[in-house]
Ligand binder design. Structure first.
Ligand SMILES: Cc1cc2nc3c(=O)[nH]c(=O)nc-3n(C[C@H](O)[C@H](O)[C@H](O)COP(=O)(O)OP(=O)(O)OC[C@H]3O[C@@H](n4cnc5c(N)ncnc54)[C@H](O)[C@@H]3O)c2cc1C
Length: 418
């Protein structure tokens, strides 16, 4: 068994892993990036639509274009890429990372580890929809891979369950490729995806969005023949009897959520029950102080730009820890008010550097007051939606206020205002 000693090891070559790796080599660390696929880029490789990079590059790029900008830097700056290599185990006590690939088993011993393993799609089995189990039911990411990477159409007449961004983008993609997309059903009374995707992917193609509606049955023996839809109460989310409607289709695309992927570390690092990802502090450091994390395995972000920025912080922090041998450890928790769902990070490092607080509101609000504190600062934001993350910079000035107030936790709250 071959053993490799390195300064930093990055697991996962998506947007966050690439950004983290570039920051590490720029700071003089020997950096190895391990990726299970044959090339790096992660989910960006299959997202051929545009809409990437508005914040980071100030232009609208496709996923592969966005990935290419980082791939070029990775090659120029000398990150050592190990594709086709699957990480199978991490031993936190021995600080060992065990990988399997075509060349057999290789064990890495990094001084700092950065986990950027992304997310996986919630599967059909988790929905507990009664009926048969025919062919023709795909998660949106799998359908996207078939169409965009392998040039294969999944069927002729599709219905989409879930109005997350991936489902909306696939509604447009399948229509452009010649399939009939009959509609998108969403259990919640509001859409799950970005407003711009509702407009550009559904409205522009006359694809109906049916809110407070879900699939309650699938039909077909070998191949899917149809589904049954029903309406759901917008408040109690209970099915409304008598509202059933049969729809004939041969393809059902599921866009019902992503789950942060942390099987390798969740037995020894703390996870955040609401985010469903690993807890990180404002250095993007987990509760194991040599392990950092960024991207969709921390929480499901909506924009690749935010994933990239947090990946950069993870890389900078890991490199600093390798160089100095430590990072300041004192950290205080961030707490959320009732109206807040996803919240990143979980802790603020008191002697840390500026960072961004990201959160999602549980409710749509025309105008909202966001408070960080109590007493650190307040700001007003317009057009808050559960599908769009709010980003709040925490600056040097706010660190000063935090010290002055002597707070032992930072509360993040949001309230609708007239
Ligand atoms: C369909 C879709 C459309 C999107 N559209 C937009 C958009 O228009 N605009 C926008 O800004 N954002 C968009 N996003 C969001 C953005 O693309 C993602 O948030 C971002 O690319 C995720 O990056 P990541 O690094 O967290 O994860 P990923 O890209 O998923 O990368 C994780 C990597 O880790 C690897 N990995 C996992 N486990 C292991 C292991 N054990 N061993 C080795 N490697 C492993 C995986 O193979 C993968 O390459 C979209 C996302 C999707 C899915």
């Amino acid at each position: 068994m071959r053993e490799v000693i390195t300064d930093t090891l990055v697991i996962g070559g998506g947007a966050s892993g690439m950004a983290a790796a570039v920051e590490c080599v720029e700071r003089g660390c020997r950096t190895i990036l391990v990726e299970r696929e044959e090339s790096i880029g992660g989910v960006l490789n299959q997202c051929i639509h545009n809409g990437f990079g508005l914040h980071v590059f100030k232009e609208e790029l496709t996923g592969p274009e966005y990935a290419q900008l980082f791939k070029s830097q990775i090659h120029q700056k000398g990150v050592e890429i190990q594709p086709d290599l699957f990480v199978v185990n991490i031993d936190p006590k021995r600080r060992e990372v065990v990988t399997m690939g075509k060349g057999g088993c290789v064990v890495y011993r990094p001084r700092a580890l950065i986990m950027t393993t992304g997310a996986r799609e919630r599967p059909f089995s988790s929905l507990r929809i009664p009926g048969t189990r025919p062919a023709g039911i795909y998660t949106a990411g799998v359908a996207q891979r078939f169409v965009n990477l392998y040039n294969r159409l999944p069927g002729d007449r599709a219905f989409i369950l879930g109005s997350g961004d991936i489902g909306l983008i696939m509604a447009r993609r399948l229509t452009l490729e010649g399939m009939k997309v009959l509609g998108v059903a969403e259990l919640m009374p509001h859409p799950g995806g970005l407003a711009r995707n509702i407009a550009q992917c559904l409205d522009d193609f006359d694809i109906p969005l049916r809110l407070s509606t879900s699939v309650v049955e699938v039909r077909g023996r070998e191949r899917l023949e149809g589904i049954t839809l029903a309406k759901f109460d917008p408040v109690t989310l209970q099915r409304i009897p008598g509202t059933e409607e049969r729809v004939d289709c041969d393809t059902l695309i599921l866009s019902v959520g992503l789950l942060p992927q942390n099987e390798l570390i969740e037995s020894f690092v703390e996870t955040e029950p609401v985010n469903r990802g690993v807890k990180v502090d404002s250095f993007m450091r987990t509760t194991h102080l040599w392990i950092f994390a960024a991207g969709n395995n921390v929480a499901i972000y909506d924009l690749v730009d935010f994933v990239t920025l947090d990946g950069k912080i993870a890389g900078q922090s890991a490199a600093r820890m390798v160089r100095d041998g430590f990072l300041p450890e004192k950290r205080i928790p961030l707490a959320r008010s009732e109206q807040i769902g996803t919240l990143i990070p979980s802790f603020c490092c008191v002697e840390g550097q500026p960072f961004t607080i990201y959160f999602r509101s549980k409710k749509t609000m025309k105008k909202a007051r966001v408070s960080i504190g109590p007493g650190i600062f307040e700001t007003v934001r317009l057009g808050i939606k559960p599908s769009e993350m709010v980003d709040i910079p925490f600056t040097v000035k706010h660190f000063g206020k935090l010290k002055q107030l002597g707070l032992t936790k930072i509360e993040v709250s949001i309230k609708e205002v007239p």
